[in-house]
Design a protein around this ligand. Sequence first.
Ligand SMILES: [Zn+2]
Length: 418
Amino acid sequence: MRYLLLLLIPALLAAQGQRPRVAIAQLSHESNSFNPRMTEHADFPQRALSPVPAVLDDWARSKDTVSGFVIGGRRENFDLLPTFVAAAIPRGPVSAAAFERLTGELTASLKKAPKLDGLLLSLHGAMVAEKYPHGDLEVLKRVRAAVGPAVPIVVVHDFHANIAPEMIRHCNALLTFKENPHVDTQDRGIQAARIMAGIVSGRTMPVQAVAKPDMVYNILHQNTFAPPLKPIVDESKRLEENPKVLAVSVSGGYQYGDAEWMGPSVVVVTDNDQALAEREAQRLSRMLWETRDRLAVNLPEPDTAVRQASAAAKTPVVLVEMGDNIGGGSSGDATFILEELVRQKARGWVVMIAEPARSSPRRSAWVSAPRLTRWSAARWTNCTALPCASGDACAACTTASGTSPRPLTEAARSSTRA
Ligand SMILES: [Zn+2]
């Protein structure tokens, strides 16, 4: 039924001599389900939607998926309509209240829009909501219900999407960033607009297939510019040289989203060739699976890491707690390495740990402790290991030069609190 309606769009547009009116929307969040700090409505700054075209000019400069929607949409001579555009930095799951309010605002903006011929939609693909383990799937279902079956939707996900296979039932094409680090975000937005142009002009009729190997691709192995992923991503690009293939995506998955469908995926979108889409999705999925013997994670425990780092002939040495990946939405307050630095009486280290909110009891207890008057303020922002097990002689809290803790001036103290 949806495809029948899609066939009517180009004819209607041509008859009316109109440019296709295509909306741009975004609701994007990478949710770390191990972070107890929920992501709330206030964490999603919403972009201003007017005046048009000034906001579109502004968006085009941002080098992200939305900028690609604008640049690509203008190339395709779309009449672009800004609707709801909001993204939050990675953190804990989206609270139930925030999810309802955000999706309500998104769907309301689409419902009140003038009649749409298409929707370019940016969803991260790794949103976990308090009541919906796969938040993006629920968002997409609500968006589809809002715009109806006749409006084509092209979705762009992050490379770290945990794709639910059902996603492809509710959109006309789904693609993800190809690269990690994400240097192709704008390119994927442009590609999405190109696919949309094929749909609204009647030139193409996308069909798609998804395949998921039964594995987790640890973030340590997700560099798409090196093996084992590079040959598979290269193959996805090579496949897109076939005019029958509209998009091939290999997503690495997001291991900090502990929900069903966590893990890598392959999505292939073809021009009305379901068998080709299925075949290539399965083939690339097998390519992922065949790398499994190279995906062992062999990282040292904190005691070994600190011992090796302390004995290193060259400095600086950086120790990173991979389970506390702040770029991936964790809380940044793990103290495993700090604990071991203290235990081994390591000297000359700076420890970076997230500062609790200034008003929290934890912070208050820290600041009010009388012994802290002798300690440097730099540690207030860097160390939240409370209660401090080592007392005033905490070796982990020495300054970067390795000297003993010293009091800072009030100006320096203020700057560290910013
Ligand atoms: Zn990502």
